[in-house]
Design a protein around this ligand. Structure first.
Ligand code: MRU
Length: 351
């Protein structure tokens, strides 16, 4: 399995996603500031991977903190959490992970400092394993929804590279293929950062899953020609009413799928569900550098000084979403009720 990120004695080791697919290079971040930078610059990206990278970054910062007393350690811990929180605004997994590390800190704050440090390292490692298990479970839950044969379109990269392993949308595809389904994946290239062509195509080819790369503006034509039987993609945040923030271009794919009567599935772990955000209009959308649009692989492709917009994500209204696939189960509209029910069912089961 691709090791997207890994806790090691010398720091957090990441596969450098800015170098793929031409170079399989790894970087080790030995301070929490370096981890924050790796998230900001998209060495590591994808909502679940960002969340666990954040938790590991916090654990690393706490491990190396100088404070000998809990009060000092708490001050440093809060500073570390603040730095990590400022990296990327849209994926709620980042804030979910920080919240979970804060809860853990409170639970163990009566203990001696070395034990607090160890508890936070253990918590981050637990989150890593939980993420892989969640992806495998949601993969199984979603696999049954895909056709036995045919084309499945995906957008961006919601694969092993966007998670701690196996992937969300690509986890569903992997599980379907493992169960014997004969799928042909259509991967949108996903301008401007090209996660589809650079990352999705790379990781699916590594697994020998039949993959066809298309540029984003080809999706409608492929649907019209009957080549796409289903769409499955990931999410950066799912609001309480089922509106979904995901990579820019997702909304376009959703409207196209609706027009062609093609099922549109969103696959995400429960850590991506944000019941505190009522609807998509309240989700902060990250704006990224104009250079991602004006340049490709360092080469300028637009006139100097042209005005650019570069929102990294868009909102897909819940009415376009056929089902949301999670490790807890598959939910269907109306999402305001079905998501709440799933939250309560799980809370009751773990009580
Ligand atoms: O900007 P990125 O590459 O972090 O955006 C990633 C996406 O939009 C993914 O589709 C999403 O995080 C789901 S990943 C399992």
């Amino acid at each position: 399995m691709i090791k997207t990120l890994e806790w090691t004695a010398s720091g957090i080791r990441f596969i450098d996603q800015t170098k793929l697919p031409t170079e399989e290079a790894y970087v080790t971040c030995s301070t929490y500031e370096e981890v924050a930078d790796a998230i900001r610059t998209m060495v590591v990206r994808g909502a679940p991977a960002i969340g666990v990278a954040a938790a590991m970054g916090i654990a690393l910062g706490v491990r190396d903190a100088e404070g000998d007393h809990v009060a000092e350690l708490r001050r440093e811990f809060e500073q570390i959490c603040e730095t990590i929180a400022e990296t990327r605004p849209t994926a709620v997994n980042l804030f979910w992970a920080i919240g979970r590390m804060k809860d853990r800190f409170e639970q163990v704050s009566e203990m001696p400092v070395p034990q607090i440090k160890q508890a936070l390292i253990t918590e981050a490692q637990r989150m890593y394993l939980e993420d892989i298990a969640a992806n495998e479970a949601l993969g199984r839950n979603g696999a049954v929804l895909l056709p036995t044969t045919g084309g499945v379109l995906t957008h961006c990269n919601a694969g092993a590279l966007a998670t701690c392993g196996y992937g969300t949308a690509l986890g569903v595809i992997r599980a379907a293929v493992e169960s014997g389904k004969k799928l042909q994946v259509y991967a949108d290239e996903t301008r401007p950062f090209l996660q589809g062509s650079r990352l999705t195509a790379w990781e699916l080819m590594k697994d020998n899953i039949p993959t066809t790369l298309i540029s984003d503006n080809m999706a409608g034509a492929m649907m019209r020609q009957g080549k796409i039987a289903a769409v499955v993609l990931g999410a950066d945040r799912i609001a309480a009413n089922g509106d979904v923030a995901n990579k820019i271009g997702t909304y376009t794919v959703a409207v196209l799928a609706h027009e062609h009567g093609i099922p549109f599935y969103v696959a995400a772990p429960w850590s991506t569900v944000d019941l505190d955000t009522p609807d998509g209009s309240k989700i902060p959308i990250e704006q990224r550098s104009a250079r991602e649009v004006t340049h490709i692989a360092g080469k300028q492709i637009a006139p100097e000084g042209v005005r650019v917009e570069n929102p990294a994500f868009d909102i897909t209204p819940n009415k376009y979403i056929t089902a949301i696939i999670t490790e807890r189960g598959v939910v269907k509209p109306p999402y305001a009720e079905s998501l709440k029910q799933l939250a309560h069912a799980e809370a009751a089961a773990s009580a």
